[in-house]
Design a protein around this ligand. Structure first.
Ligand code: FAD
Ligand code: NAD
Length: 328
């Protein structure tokens, strides 16, 4: 039997690649340092129900991605989210409806990657620290000192800063990846006992602190016991306050939210903060996916393209296409 392909990362990029490779008849073995799949599309289970702390929704502009989303919809993994949209700029809040179709996983964002993973073999809570080549095959070393392998190829599907160390065997790829910088995002969730007296369900914010806010429970299939909100700080505020305590971040974002929302905002009955260190690439790239086909080492992720769910999925498709083409 042939050795499987190792895929490091079970975000949408890694799973997009896994799905395409599996469909082409290649065995795959996935790894993730987290306890579950999804990466930046994961949802946090909390006392206030599941909360989408990372990706809020996604759009499908590419024809191939739109076709995939249509299949997901047919299978009940995603649904359209039609929030009552606002924008906040120069200190003023105004309705900002548009025609854009926005998709969310149902009943939580992580439903998509969970369904894509299906029964594919995966090791969670396994942080890969080294990728090295034996005489014929690839092997991986994890943070507990355990080794995994042999593998025919390795696909690295992590954010760029986490990919560089794993690409040591391919200095050229490592060099390209080192040129991609990624920005952080502080995320805060708040839950209120009584619904806030506002029709707002999503808001593009331009102020010093915030970038976006959404009423989590306005998305299809969510727990509606409490009025749940997700707030995202801007990249620059997040970068400047990277080491603030979670309590202080909650306080600052709660304050900015109360200032913009234009209705009474009581103390939340529940709150949490999450720091995404590598939330978004600082700039868009046209890398598609990285390959050293002769070595058998590959990399993909949103940072190769648009820094959005769509870009990550397309990059995963591209990495699979390159690998399959080289082996024909
Ligand atoms: P990831 O989802 O980051 O997956 C990488 C995986 O690799 C992770 O699961 C991680 O645990 C794992 N990993 C990393 N290192 C290792 C290692 N050494 N060993 C093992 N596993 C490892 N996009 C949109 O389209 N719309 C939005 O509204 C939107 N909002 C966002 C808001 C926030 C706050 C954030 C953070 C992102 C948002 N995005 C949004 C971007 C979107 O979430 C990403 O583009 C996309 O999910 C990236 O997918 P990926 O597979 O490339 O990477
Ligand atoms: P989109 O088309 O809804 O939004 C793109 C951008 O257009 C928005 O950021 C906003 O600035 C503007 N915009 C769109 N509709 C608007 C409206 N009705 N009123 C006012 N402004 C509007 O979605 P997309 O292109 O798929 O982008 C995904 C979203 O994910 C973006 O908002 C992006 O900022 C966000 N994102 C956030 C992070 C993070 O780390 N916080 C990372 C990646 C993406």
């Amino acid at each position: 039997s042939t050795a499987p392909i190792a895929i490091i990362g079970t975000g949408i990029a890694g799973l997009s690649a896994a799905e395409a490779l599996h469909a082409a008849g290649y065995p795959v073995q996935l790894f993730d340092k987290s306890r579950g799949s999804g990466g930046r599309m994961a949802s946090k289970r909390s006392d206030a129900g599941a909360l989408d702390l990372g990706a809020q929704y996604f759009t499908a502009r590419d024809r191939r991605f739109a076709a995939a989303v249509q299949q997901w919809q047919a299978r009940g993994w995603v649904e359209e989210w039609t929030p009552s949209l606002y924008q906040y700029a120069n200190g003023s809040l105004s309705p900002s409806a548009d025609e854009q179709i926005r998709w969310v996983g149902k009943p939580r964002m992580s439903a998509i990657t969970r369904a894509m993973l299906g029964a594919l073999p995966v090791k969670f809570s396994c942080r890969i620290t080294e990728v090295f080549r034996g005489e014929q095959h690839w092997h991986l070393l994890d943070a507990d000192g355990e080794s995994h392998g042999p593998f025919s190829h390795v696909v690295i599907a992590t954010p760029a800063p986490q990919a560089s160390a794993l690409l040591a065997a391919a200095p050229k790829l490592a060099g390209t990846v080192a040129g991609v910088s990624m920005e952080p995002t502080w995320a805060v969730a708040l839950a209120f006992e009584e619904p806030l007296k506002t029709p707002l369900e999503g808001c593009f914010v331009q102020d010093e602190v915030l970038d976006w806010t959404a009423r989590n429970r306005s998305k299809p299939g969510r727990d509606t016991t409490l009025d749940t909100w997700v707030l995202h700080a801007s990249s620059s505020w997040s970068r400047q306050h990277l080491d603030l305590s979670k309590e202080q971040v909650i306080e600052r974002l709660h304050g900015a939210f109360a200032e913009m929302i234009g209705c009474a905002v009581p103390a939340p009955v529940f709150s949490l903060a999450h720091r995404w260190l590598y939330a978004r690439p600082a700039a868009a790239h046209q890398l598609g996916a990285l390959a050293d086909a002769d070595l058998g080492l590959y990399a993909c992720g949103d940072w190769c393209l648009s820094g959005r769910v769509e870009g990550a999925w397309l990059s995963g498709q591209e990495v699979a296409r390159k690998l399959i083409a080289h082996n024909q």
